[in-house]
Design a protein around this ligand. Structure first.
Ligand SMILES: Cc1cc2nc3c(=O)[nH]c(=O)nc-3n(C[C@H](O)[C@H](O)[C@H](O)COP(=O)(O)OP(=O)(O)OC[C@H]3O[C@@H](n4cnc5c(N)ncnc54)[C@H](O)[C@@H]3O)c2cc1C
Ligand SMILES: *[C@@H]1O[C@H](CO)[C@@H](O)[C@H](O)[C@H]1NC(C)=O
Ligand SMILES: *[C@@H]1O[C@H](CO)[C@@H](O)[C@H](O)[C@H]1NC(C)=O
Ligand SMILES: *[C@@H]1O[C@H](CO)[C@@H](O)[C@H](O)[C@H]1NC(C)=O
Ligand SMILES: *[C@@H]1O[C@H](CO)[C@@H](O)[C@H](O)[C@H]1NC(C)=O
Length: 518
């Protein structure tokens, strides 16, 4: 009896607690919409720390509407954050920071025109989305995803992130529609059918149209991909024709360079680029059965995580003695490639996220997107330039690349602010990404050297979620390459956020002002 009474008491308390509404600022507010004040928010790599007026962690659409109305009442601005993996300053705000990770409901539906679709709230992680789709009957999957599965739907869409599947483009290209809470607090739906010229702005919005509430994607029946990993000498493989041939026979490719991997520890001088290998990964759709059970993949990811943490500790330990970089990166590489070339079959999402999303390891990152020449020559040139520049820095005692450089090739997008925006839907873009351990000396100088070359030669654009604000003259440069798209985007932005509630970001304001004042 006593037990039953205390059980009932706990039940009642928890029901009351859950439904509690409190009165602040004369509004009736659900608990999940109450602001947290005097709290510091930090992004994933700790490079950004802010203490805004208030941090909100909404869990419903009503919360979002309430927060936008509160911002209107109190003359405050809003920026959003999802998993916080962006290293650019897109989320920085003095006023209201809205953390969307508690918005994570998923609905799978059949659509008369698009077949199976999934609608996910903004803060849904791709790990959760993959599992919901995989466990659905029939089993389903997105068509391309970022490597990490910890990222959230709105974080990936807002910055124009992408996977490696060539014909799938950026992830926003899989969208059917999205819902955004705009400056007035109203909820607006964007889709190609409703208004195409607004949809191409909303697909990659950088948070400027309002708070993304949900997104609906086209999905595919689950399929398998054979993933091949081959290690091939740079000077044999890195030429336009080889790249084109591999791309033509693959669903996606990702080519990696691991620094100084041909370094011979017993014969350290001179550093010789001619011994280096590339790591050539490609994916091909297949009807073959998977190589591993889900349980085995889980174990594999755990082992990978331990390996990544260990590698990261070793690399971080030499930041003060950068000249040890070739010796250390070679040791890591040798252990890594000791198994030789491999080829395995995975279900699509397991092939997209081929490495564990180990969040405790922290990088500097930058990524460039540029249109590839019809003969692919600029892809080979760009990657060769990167490797060559790394060796030139080494000759001066500087070792800014201690982690990895890689490129993927994806088709263009009609999303105005995407790095891959193009009027030609068949155009291909190279997305080239460079990563070093956090606080690596000479990193910025290296990134600047590469950026200058890619800007001058290829009119490359930057990945909005990775570092770019530190590059010299990047504001006038981006306003120039994005000029037409920004003018179009601004018309839509102004319509949905005339009071600039969502437009506090300094870099974006500067880029837009440059375009609109000229
Ligand atoms: C280790 C690592 C690997 C990566 N791999 C890839 C990759 O394979 N491909 C790729 O393209 N990119 C990659 N990136 C970049 C990554 O995709 C982006 O940084 C992405 O934004 C991360 O998602 P997130 O949930 O952490 O977003 P956040 O960093 O949380 O959000 C990004 C921005 O989106 C906006 N935003 C977020 N939610 C909302 C919302 N609800 N409403 C309005 N605006 C919103 C905000 O302006 C915010 O600043 C990688 C980054 C890291 C650190
Ligand atoms: C709203 O805030 C802006 C800038 O923070 C300020 O310039 C403006 O005067 C404020 N408006 C009102 C009505 O308080
Ligand atoms: C790995 O694959 C490449 C290209 O297919 C081949 O040239 C190389 O010999 C292979 N390496 C090994 C160790 O089998
Ligand atoms: C190179 O790395 C190995 C470990 O892989 C280490 O034993 C050796 O001392 C290092 N040599 C130098 C010169 O740092
Ligand atoms: C679509 O949106 C654009 C930009 O906001 C607007 O100018 C146009 O009138 C809209 N078209 C329709 C059919 O509503």
């Amino acid at each position: 009896m006593k037990h039953i009474l205390s059980f009932l008491l706990i039940l009642i308390i928890s029901i009351v607690y859950k439904s509690v509404v409190v009165n602040i600022n004369q509004h009736l507010v659900a608990r999940s919409a109450i602001p947290i004040v005097d709290k510091t928010w930090e992004n994933w790599n700790g490079a950004i720390k802010i203490t805004p007026d208030a941090i909100f962690k909404p869990s419903t659409l009503e919360d979002l509407i309430y927060i936008v109305k509160l911002a209107n009442t109190n003359n405050k601005t809003i920026r959003c954050i999802a998993q916080g993996h962006s290293v650019s300053l897109l989320s920085v705000t003095k006023h209201y920071l809205v953390v969307v990770t508690s918005l994570n409901r998923i609905t799978i539906q059949e659509h008369p025109k698009y077949g199976w679709t999934v609608t996910a709230e903004a803060g849904t992680s791709f790990a959760d989305l993959d599992e919901a789709l995989r466990n659905h009957k029939p089993s389903l999957t997105l068509n391309s995803e970022t490597v990490y599965n910890t990222f959230r739907v709105s974080g990936v869409l807002a910055v124009g992130a992408h996977g490696a599947k060539t014909t799938s483009g950026i992830m926003a290209d899989q969208l059917i529609s999205m819902k955004i809470v705009i400056g007035s607090g109203d909820v607006c739906e964007f889709s190609e059918e409703i208004n195409k010229s607004e949809f191409v702005a909303a697909k990659v919005s950088l948070g400027l149209l309002g708070i993304i509430y949900s997104a609906t994607f086209r999905v595919q029946p689950m399929y398998n991909l054979r993933m091949n990993d081959n290690y091939i000498p740079v000077n044999v493989w890195l030429n336009p024709q080889t790249i084109k041939n591999l791309l033509d026979s693959s669903d996606g490719i990702e080519i990696f360079y691991w620094p100084f991997n041909g370094f011979i520890q017993s014969d350290p001088k001179p550093l010789d680029p001619n011994r280096d290998l590339l790591w050539v990964k490609n994916w091909v759709k297949t009807d073959e059965v998977v190589s591993f059970t889900q349980q085995q993949i889980k174990q594999l990811r755990e082992v990978q995580s331990q390996g990544l943490i260990h590698q990261y500790q070793i690399i971080s330990s030499i930041l003060q003695t950068p000249e040890a970089t070739p010796n250390v990166t070679t040791s890591i590489w040798n252990a890594f490639v000791s198994a030789g070339n491999t080829s395995f079959v995975f279900q699509a999402p397991d092939a997209f996220h081929y490495i564990s999303s180990e969040e405790s390891i922290k990088f500097e990152l930058i990524e460039f997107g540029f249109k590839i020449d019809p003969d692919y020559s600029n892809v080979a040139d760009a990657f060769s330039f990167l490797i060559q520049t790394m060796y030139e820095f080494a000759a001066q005692g500087k070792f800014p690349l201690n982690y990895i450089a890689e490129f993927r090739i994806i088709k263009s997008s009609n999303a105005l602010l995407s790095t891959t925006f193009d009027h030609d839907p068949k155009a291909l873009y190279c997305q080239l990404d460079i990563e070093a351990a956090l606080d690596t000396p000479s990193w910025k100088e290296f990134a600047e050297t590469i950026a200058q070359r890619f800007f001058d030669k290829y009119r490359a654009k930057v990945h909005w979620g990775k570092g770019f604000e530190f590059l010299p003259n990047v504001i006038p440069y981006l306003s120039d390459v994005l000029s037409d798209q920004i003018k179009q985007f601004e018309k839509v932005r102004e319509k949905y956020d005339p009071d600039k509630i969502f437009f506090e970001n300094q870099a974006l304001q500067n880029i837009f002002n440059y375009v609109l004042d000229s």
